[in-house]
Design a protein around this ligand. Structure first.
Ligand SMILES: Nc1ncnc2c1ncn2[C@@H]1O[C@H](COP(=O)(O)OP(=O)(O)OP(=O)(O)O)[C@@H](O)[C@H]1O
Ligand code: SF4
Ligand SMILES: [Mg+2]
Length: 334
């Protein structure tokens, strides 16, 4: 694939990922054969430029991880388009095509204890993807491992090469997992809650790595987190997700300082440090989060929305561009 620095690294259009539900014994017995789905991702649009960090935020279960896994081709999308440097990812076929895509789109997960093989040394873990993607000599490979360790802040690299995961701290392990992902210099990286299992004291160091990868290596990054306060420092733009859909998206300062969507307002107001000039009081949402199987008619936030009107019951609001450049899916602004 050609890498065109000017084009969006990833573009997602109308992406859906529905998981089919197993029929219960009784529904099968009584002949109810209709298929039911859990709509984890239900019509999502966004794009990431080279060198940009887009934050994807929202409550647990809103579909963040499913989005990350679908756009890195770990899940097959139900419908919609994923374009990588303007090329349709769905058209990638065969082992060779998939291998090339994997080289360019990597994902780092929340739990470094699960993402690394406990029987592999750090060297073995990091050189594995290099072996798959580069036909280079052993010396060249070694140099790439050292560079990846340095870029991930594991210095001196020689100290880490022969260590096993059980000899390292959680923060060091996550840096190894990150070094492994960036060792092959992907154009796009998904970081799914990369610091939420780590001590608060070491989180900033890991997040700074992401900023460094975006600025210095021009990677496009999708940073997934339920924690808006970590997004302030590293994201250029932020998308707020609710029940499988993006409800607000824009430049970080806009979304965090002056959110417009009622759900985005509530989410921002729940972070004490973010209650700035515009949002002093915490907004407590009533009602439970509906589940992604039986979604309410109209706006999916309606059952909890303090501003709901009649139209909200009748029509699902689409994400629309406001005058200030941000996008909001809410009838109040249409
Ligand atoms: N493989 C799967 N099969 C069936 N349902 C799934 C699967 N993966 C996720 N789900 C469901 O899809 C919805 C979205 O899950 P997802 O893990 O994407 O949310 P999330 O926003 O990442 O949440 P968290 O903040 O807890 O990580 C949830 O209702 C979840 O139970
Ligand atoms: S569309 Fe209506 S229910 Fe939905 S967020 Fe806006 S005001 Fe609330
Ligand atoms: Mg998740």
């Amino acid at each position: 694939m050609d890498h065109n620095m000017a084009s969006k690294v990833i573009e997602v259009k109308g992406l859906k990922k529905w998981f089919p539900l197993r029929r219960s014994f009784f529904s099968a017995l009584f002949g109810r054969w209709e298929h039911r789905y859990l709509k984890a991702v239900d019509g999502v649009n966004f794009s990431v430029n080279p060198g940009e960090v887009l934050g994807l935020a929202g409550e647990s279960g809103c579909g963040k991880t499913t989005t990350g896994m679908t756009i890195t081709k770990l899940y097959q999308p139900t419908s919609g388009k994923i374009l990588f440097h303007q090329q349709d990812v769905a058209a990638i076929e065969g082992r060779k095509g998939l291998k090339e895509f994997r080289k360019n789109a990597q994902i780092v997960f929340q739990n470094p204890y699960e993402s690394l093989n406990p029987r592999f040394t750090v060297l073995q873990s990091i050189e594995e993807p290099i072996k798959i993607h580069y036909a280079v000599s052993r010396e060249e490979r070694h140099k790439m491992v050292i560079l990846a360790l340095e870029r991930a802040g594991l210095v001196p690299p020689g100290y880490f090469l022969d260590r096993y995961p059980h000899e390292l701290s959680g923060g060091q392990l996550q840096r190894v997992a990150i070094a492994r992902a960036i060792s092959i210099e992907p154009a796009f990286l998904v970081a799914d809650e990369p610091v939420s299992m780590l001590d608060v004291s070491i989180r900033a160091g890991i997040l700074n790595l992401l900023r460094y990868f975006s600025r210095e290596l021009h990677m496009g990054i999708l940073y997934i987190s339920h924690d808006l306060s970590t997004m302030k420092h590293i994201c250029n733009s932020i998308a707020i997700m609710y029940l499988g859909r993006i409800v607000e998206m824009g430049v970080s300062q806009q979304v965090l300082n002056e959110p417009r969507h009622p759900y985005a307002k509530a989410l921002v107001s729940a972070v004490p440090l973010m209650r700035g000039r515009f949002q002093r009081k915490r907004i407590i949402l009533e009602g439970a989060v509906p589940n992604p199987i039986d979604l309410p008619a109209g706006c999916r936030f309606r059952p909890r929305c303090p501003k709901a009107e009649k139209v909200c019951r009748d029509e699902e609001p689409e994400l629309m561009l406001l005058g200030d450049g941000r996008q909001v899916a809410c009838h109040l602004y249409h």
